[in-house]
Design a protein around this ligand. Sequence first.
Ligand code: SF4
Ligand code: SF4
Length: 417
Amino acid sequence: MKSSIVIGIENIQKGERPYAQNRAVWILAHGRKSTAMIYREFGKLGYEVSLLGMGCMRLPRNGDGTVNREKSYEMIRYAVDHGVNYFDSAYGYHNQTSEEVLGEALEGGRRDGVKIATKQPFGVMRTKDAIRRNLEATLRKLRTDHLDLYLIHGINGGAWPDIKKQEVLREYEKFKEEGLIRGIAFSYHGRYEHFEDIMSSYEWDMCQVQHNFLDTEREVTTKGIELAGKIGCALVIMEPLRGGNLGSAIDSVKKIYDSHPIKLSPVEWAFKFVANYPQVSTILSGMSTLEQVKENIELFSKGDMAPGNLSQRDLSMLEDVKKTYESIEAIPCTVCEYCLPCPQGVSIPGVFQRYNTSVMFGNFEPSRRTYMFLSRAGSDASKCVECGVCEKKCPQGIDIIQKLKTSHEALKGWVEN
Ligand code: SF4
Ligand code: SF4
């Protein structure tokens, strides 16, 4: 009996679209021989992107911390040649070299077949000239005359009023009119209420949000995913493995996976969960080795990555996994943000989330790294002056000051080149 992939390939060769379920489609990538990467429609923009998107924030490094360019070129080119057509970068990634490496890797004919999304940091948006100069630097680094998606990097509830005031989006619209960018978008970490406000204030081409089976009631939640689909905004998912943590399983979780009749790796379950949403266009994976690129391409070329691929039994099993992880959380913070704003700018739930994730997975390294970004933004726990304002507002009765100290001791000290 032929597999659905084989039948799909034969149908494509006959010029037919072989398979469509909701908004997902299968196509063969331009002249590629062996894989049938899955593609999905990209919001209202009229094109399709590979379900696997390559995040360029964890490219391989040399011993001195700089990006290993040769290995990165090899990975990026392999990905393009095997059907990945969506690449995500940011001005700040890899000490401002990620865009340059991506641009160099795509030179020589690969640029035209892919979509490039990159992000502008809020810190450069002080004047209209600065916004334009930064975009021009990005275009130079990427060796291209246009970006397919230009994102405001990490909008949060606090920054959104300033972004509106400074008319950043008006500048982006001018870039669009000039053909320098083709889509206006944002990336976001935060709660649903702010996300809804941001989504309803502008007609975005795309939004990029964190989601995985642990975040169905956190970050933008399942409601946020549904909202993006409802208004036809292309949806890109980051952190499908929660900083890589869902790629392995602690003993209690392994038992749950092992007792399930369908045997898949933790990575496969995590990716399949996100792929299950018809609203999702592409899922970003920040890959660091060619092996990971190959494994992910194989995974995202399977027929069971279509929307609705999970049964009720699969979803119940993942709910059990989620509950098991949640039972290990050290600080009972629900990320409600009632304690904010802190007069000193401490990102209280951001600190607690990182600490909890580390305890949950028994691995502090990924959170230490992202805590370094909080420190750079002046929002880490060391800025707390113990005024006590937040503790009076916390519905969970958390001794925030003490817990911030504990978290800081566990998370501080990451050094990155
Ligand atoms: S106690 Fe610390 S974290 Fe809480 S509001 Fe005051 S400065 Fe901010
Ligand atoms: S108010 Fe309490 S539960 Fe809510 S985010 Fe702040 S610390 Fe967490």
